[in-house]
Ligand binder design. Sequence first.
Ligand code: GDP
Ligand code: MN
Length: 378
Amino acid sequence: MNIHEYQAKDIFRDCGLPVPPGEVATTPEDARRLAEQYGGTVVVKAQVHVGGRGKAGGVKLAENPGEAMEHAANILGMDIKGLTVEQVLVTPAEDIDTEAYVGVIVDRASKRPVFMVSREGGVDIEEVAARSPEAITRLAVDPRYGLLPFQAYWLAASLYDDIKQQRAAAKTMMSLYDAFIQSGASLAEINPLITTPAGEVKAIDAKMNIDDNELFRRGAIAAMRDLSAEPPSETKAREADLTYIKLDGDIGAVVNGAGLAMATMDLIKFYGGEPANFLDIGGSSSPDKVIAALEIITSDPAVKVILFNIFGGITRCDDVANGIVTALDRINFELPLVIRLTGTNEEEGVRILEQAGISASTSMDEVVQRAVVVARGE
Ligand code: GDP
Ligand code: MN
């Protein structure tokens, strides 16, 4: 789950990171009022779940409340990489001397949280990694001990020459690690971590991704979910308790069980097709889930054929068949269906479908081949 900058900054502040104050506004008038309250120059920042807002025109300095209102009016409703800005963060502007990058991610290769820090902040870290990998210092953290003070100092020493700034940065990194662990994050990033002309170290941008599997035990963080900022198909899938991942192909697949869904995608690829999604309708499937699955898949304009691959164990084939028939009644779509049903109550399931004029097979191989052919338009 992605959260907004202002939410990540709230978490950072709670963990003791040096983050300037700030509040969100949803109208230009609110932005003006906040700018008045802070006094001096403020920054108006688009709150969307993508990086590079600055380059896209979503981060603007305002010297007075009137200008803050103007910027907010321009930024609210702006489209940044396909996302509409609904909120702006208003925060007092800082004078910047240097911009560094500090991030911690869960790294699959080392199976640990890994810190990455660089003197080249304010730009995309992927860019730095590609252009000058030696400019990034890395450190894998042993999760049993956490980030130890000497490690934090070692990282900080790669960022700053000034001892006071090294101390401040080391402390910031210890706090960042706390924030990362306490929130169940898979990524926590400060870009840029700035120094001011007065020599202070401050985090003026914040980004966090939370591991979805950590949310059930973190109510306060789960409540930060902003549904308006997420793809509607994923929201709908989550509400229906389906596991759905959109892919780039044209064969929409409805499968019960993650393993069978993976095998189905493999077989689609094997026969030269491309899956449009991964979708697991789960174990004991109710007709409602089938309906939700069809609604999600048919809303993807790339899909040319819908492939059902159901192996009835706990899932009963008659339930799935009823779901398909009910869904066809309720939602309107023209897409061809290719269905494989086998296992528990298979005969009953096939009978229900045939009564509705839909044919079904019991062979996975056969239906996947047919789906690939249909998708090609042959
Ligand atoms: P991003 O583009 O989405 O990463 O948004 P950032 O919050 O990182 O802002 C982008 C850039 O705007 C920063 O790298 C800074 O150069 C500039 N910026 C952001 N906040 C301030 C500020 O308070 N003062 C000044 N002078 N520049 C800022
Ligand atoms: Mn940034």
